[in-house]
Design a protein around this ligand. Sequence first.
Ligand SMILES: [Zn+2]
Ligand SMILES: [Zn+2]
Length: 129
Amino acid sequence: MRVYHTQQRKILIDFLQKNHNKSFTIEEIMSSIGESGISQSTAYRLITKLVEDGIVSRSVRGTGRSFVYQYINNEKCEGHLHMKCTGCGKVYHLDSGITSIIQNDIKSSANFEIDSHTVLLGKCNTCKE
Ligand SMILES: [Zn+2]
Ligand SMILES: [Zn+2]
């Protein structure tokens, strides 16, 4: 049923939005939202759709094979670049001031305009040795 799915989608979005500084596996999401009536297969399907819609990012945590998901579609996320850690899969928000310095630098030196949805890959403080 459509309405039912919309509610389940909202529960997932609410949870990820509230914890947008963290990334979660489906199992972690399931245990965190608890008795919400969402089955794991439904959650998986809904999350996959959210990834397609650009609301949630999907990446691999460490050397594991399971995906982690993180909310990225903050209204505050307009106009700045993001950095994704290839170690833990976490997405970090780059300061908008630094974003425009980088964008302007590249624009003037390389005559290339970087899209603000660009995600920089690297290692976060926790993951670098
Ligand atoms: Zn952001
Ligand atoms: Zn990391």
